[in-house]
Design a protein around this ligand. Structure first.
Ligand code: UTP
Length: 224
């Protein structure tokens, strides 16, 4: 059975307006997809993680500790998802190797170690499980030419090359809570492993399904 890795941004899991119906629909979609694919989900930390990081930074905590605060939040979000998805693991794996060993049809995890975001965890997990696809589910419709949350004239890119992204964002980890499209360490793995990567809006569950099934979807394809 082919594996698919989906990273779900914390902003998708815990949006301003708590939407219970989203979780119910997600549960149905994952049950359906798990008949065809082994699904791995990596939960992000979003605004809650950034709030903890902001407090810690103002108190002068070292970067590594700030990352650890973020990791804690991603694991709480992962725990929430595992309780919603009956067919998933209930204990949150701390490494991608641990996640790989789990036999549940859907495996959910959060962050691992400091120095990157959950994008990199998703890319690493995709590499280790030889996944057919990496889906990056964020809170906007893919990658734009500039931040769509800040500029109303930002244009969605239907496709972008990995070298363009690396040129623009680099491959280094900048700082805890850094809110960029895909983190540098993840770009590096995507480039090396040539894993087909798709960026889309995680709130739009139909688009996740279309991208996984190889249909035309609203989002960005990363060309290797
Ligand atoms: P996220 O992966 O949620 O980062 O991890 P993000 O960029 O805020 O993503 P969205 O908004 O959810 O899409 C939150 C923070 O936790 C730390 C980092 O500081 C990151 O910015 N973290 C997370 C790690 O250090 N290691 C991990 O494996 C995961």
């Amino acid at each position: 059975m082919e594996s698919i890795v989906i990273t779900i941004g914390g902003s998708v899991i815990l949006s301003e307006d708590i939407d219970v119906s989203f979780f119910k629909k997600l549960r149905i979609l994952l049950k359906k997809l798990s008949k065809k694919y082994k699904i791995y989900i990596v939960a992000g930390g979003g605004k809650t993680a950034r709030n903890y990081i902001k407090i810690g930074r103002e108190l002068g905590f070292p970067e590594e500790t700030l990352d650890e605060l973020g990791i804690g939040v991603t694991r709480v979000n992962a725990k929430l998802l595992t309780e919603i998805i009956e067919i998933s693991n209930k204990k949150i794996p701390k490494t991608t190797d641990e996640a790989k060993k789990l036999e549940n049809p859907v495996v959910v995890m959060g962050g691992t170690t400091p120095g990157h975001s959950t994008d990199m965890v998703g890319a690493e997990l995709a590499e280790k499980t030889r996944a057919a696809k990496l889906i990056i589910a964020t809170n906007v419709d893919g990658i734009y030419d500039k931040d769509p949350n800040m500029y109303i004239d930002a244009k969605q890119l239907k496709e972008v090359t990995i070298s363009q992204l690396i040129k623009q964002y680099g491959t280094e980890w900048k700082s805890a809570g850094k809110n960029i499209v895909i983190d540098g360490p993840a770009l590096k793995i995507i480039e090396k492993t040539r894993i087909p990567t798709f960026v889309l809006n995680g709130k739009k569950l139909d688009e996740i399904e279309k991208a996984i099934n190889g249909q035309k979807f609203n989002g960005t394809v990363i060309k290797i």
